[in-house]
Design a protein around this ligand. Structure first.
Ligand code: PGA
Length: 257
């Protein structure tokens, strides 16, 4: 059985002081949700303060990106080993990083390896654009992204990775994929590709999140699907009440299973 995982991707929102306030507001409710892994991913400058606040908490901390080299002349970058001082998770290959910051399947692969070497759990994002979807290329695109991401990743490493299926057309638009569409891609594309790469015993252990306009109203339906093991939440993770509602929906599902 896969433990559901709900991660909040705060993107470039919240100062360190605001981040601490937001975590303080929802911390006890998140901790009360047994059977669900909760992760908050604030912007880097807020990570140390948030991590200190959550030091004895079941709520984990993630960062939104890492660089794979351990140190050196890489102006502006943060090494995975540095992030690992404060974080347990690292979002890698988010579509915004691929679109605005030139990330490729190759850099995503290097970042996954760097994160794993530092002891971080990578949350690896894949997903198709509206153009690809309309051209009916969703499947081949995501298979390609997964093959690139998992290049040279061992079975033992693969089991510890979380995948987030995030259709780009659904991110920040308020137009989430339907639960049926999300389930189809998470199961018949993502988990099927993991099965092809690592066998079904391994693929059944890897958690696959859905992301893209997940909110307090649609979370329960999405999370009820058998191949959707959690959510990567953007906008709704910035509102304590909404994020707590999403986490509770995951808890209700994990109880029902
Ligand atoms: P959204 O973002 O929930 O605001 O659509 C999700 C994401 O980009 O991870």
């Amino acid at each position: 059985m896969r433990t559901p995982i709900i991660a909040g991707n705060w993107k470039m929102n919240k100062t360190a002081a605001q981040a601490v306030d937001l975590v303080a507001e929802m911390r006890s409710d998140l901790e009360a949700a047994e059977g669900v892994e909760c992760v908050v991913c604030p912007p880097y400058l807020a990570v140390p303060d948030v991590a200190r606040l959550l030091v004895d908490s079941t709520v984990a901390v993630g960062c939104q990106d890492v660089y794979w080299k351990e140190s050196g002349a890489f102006t502006g970058e943060v090494a995975a080993v540095m992030a690992a001082e404060f974080c347990q998770y690292a979002i890698i290959g988010h579509s915004e990083r691929r679109e605005y910051f030139g990330e490729t399947d190759q850099s995503v692969n290097s970042k996954i390896k760097g994160a794993l070497a530092a002891g971080l759990v990578p949350i690896v994002c894949v997903g198709e654009s509206l153009e690809l979807r309309q051209a009916e290329k969703t499947e081949s695109w995501i298979i390609g992204q997964l093959h690139g991401a998992f290049e040279g990743i061992s079975v033992e490493q693969a089991i510890g990775i979380v995948i987030a299926y995030e259709p780009i057309w659904a991110i920040g638009t308020g137009l989430a994929a339907t639960a049926e569409e999300a389930e189809r891609v998470c199961g018949q594309v993502v988990r099927a590709t993991l099965t092809e790469l690592y066998g079904s015993g391994v693929a059944e252990q890897i958690r696959v999140q859905y992301g893209g306009s997940v909110n307090a109203g649609n979370a329960a339906e999405l999370l009820a699907k058998p191949n959707i093991d959690g959510a990567l939440v953007g906008g709704a993770s910035l509102k304590a009440a909404d994020f707590v509602t999403i986490v509770r929906a995951a808890q209700a599902q994990s109880r029902a299973r």
